[in-house]
Design a protein. Structure first.
Length: 357
């Protein structure tokens, strides 16, 4: 009997020891897993070193393809943990197209959560040095997930441009150069609709009243502003005076004889000196051949140039040409005799500088 009690006590002690051991091991495993869980979810895992980094997610892309792109960016510290968190958060079921910033210090949880919820980083679209429709199509396609031909087909479609209130020539005047914030997965049509809204906002009642006083449509103001901008690219303060010259000529029924329109008609933007061979180009944009304004803008004029046309300087100048000091300013004249004197000075300066074409 005594021996049986001793054996029972010994067995009970061993069981308690085993239980304590197993409990200790499980506790250690739990602590280790909890620490790892915390690490993979809440420890920063993105190091950009100050370099803005983005991932582009296209429509229909798989979670694996997106994660591979993120891996390839070179800013992820622990790739394995990122993939692990993506699986736990079921990212494969919630892939949303867009442009996402991989911000320095992001945790895996923050990054995957942004991707899952479609929390994109907006981008800024600006217009500069746009002359031709194909230039505009290329520029717009760099801002969103669209191809140049998608914009070109819209810009060249008579029915589509008409639905926006323009034709295929005047449609360029709808794009007011400014800085616009938008999302990368915006569709081509939605971007066009956005530009139409911005155009309507730009043309306030005050601006409309000024153009009506000049007897011009909105499209005509943009077309004239594009010529003014091409004539005076360096010094915006002179644009109202240049605009006044062209408005004076329009009122008198004179041809505008604007050199930038000849350059545009020849589609050779390397021309620095307009020659007779260029003036011979038969095009509705050649204002040496045809009176009035050309069919549409020869560039996307800045707001400053549009406002210069709407607020022209009042004077009786009918001519101008670049000054012979190459300052970027112009010499203005009231009659052809004065103008020819100024023009000869400038032509001589071009020749001395070796600019022959």
């Amino acid at each position: 009997m005594a021996k049986t009690r001793i054996d029972y006590k010994a067995n009970a002690t061993r069981r308690r020891n085993r239980f304590a051991y197993v409990t200790g091991i499980l506790g250690l495993i739990l602590i280790t897993f909890s620490y790892y869980f915390y690490q993979v979810f809440f420890t920063p895992n993105v190091e950009t070193k100050g370099r803005p980094t983005y991932v582009l997610v296209r429509k229909g892309e798989t979670a694996k393809a997106v994660l591979d792109s993120i891996d390839a960016s070179g800013v992820i510290v622990d790739k394995l943990s990122l993939h692990f968190v993506a699986r736990l958060m079921k990212y494969e079921k919630l892939v949303k197209p867009g442009r996402y910033e991989l911000k320095d210090g992001y945790t895996n949880r923050e990054l995957i959560n942004n991707l899952r919820t479609g929390r994109q980083s907006p981008l800024k679209l600006t217009f500069q040095n746009i002359r031709l429709r194909e230039d505009l199509a290329r520029k717009l396609s760099t801002a969103i997930d669209a191809r140049p031909h998608q914009f070109d087909s819209l810009l060249s479609s008579p029915s589509y441009t008409k639905s926006l209130g323009f034709d295929t020539t005047s449609i360029l005047s709808m794009f007011i150069p400014n800085t616009y914030e938008l999302y990368w997965n915006t569709s081509a049509d939605n971007l066009m609709q956005r530009m139409k809204k911005e155009y309507q906002k730009f043309w306030t009642s005050a601006r409309d009243a000024k153009r009506e006083k000049l007897g011009l449509t909105r499209a005509q103001v943009s077309t004239l502003a594009s010529i003014v901008e091409a004539e005076q690219q360096q010094h915006a303060d002179e644009r109202p005076r240049v605009a006044g010259v062209y408005l004076n000529r329009l009122k008198r029924g004179m041809k505008l004889q604007a050199d930038p329109t000849v350059v545009y008609a020849n589609r050779d933007f390397t021309i620095k000196r307009v020659l007779n061979v260029h003036l011979a180009k038969d095009s509705p944009y050649n204002t040496y051949k045809y009176a009035g304004l050309p069919p549409g803008p020869i560039n996307l004029p800045s707001i400053a140039s549009i406002d210069a046309v709407l607020n022209p300087e009042s004077h009786d100048y009918l001519y101008f040409c670049a000054k012979d000091d190459f300052s970027g300013y112009h010499a203005f004249a009231r009659n052809e005799q004065e103008h020819l004197v100024n023009a000869r000075r400038y032509q001589a300066a071009l020749s001395r500088a070796g600019i022959m074409k």
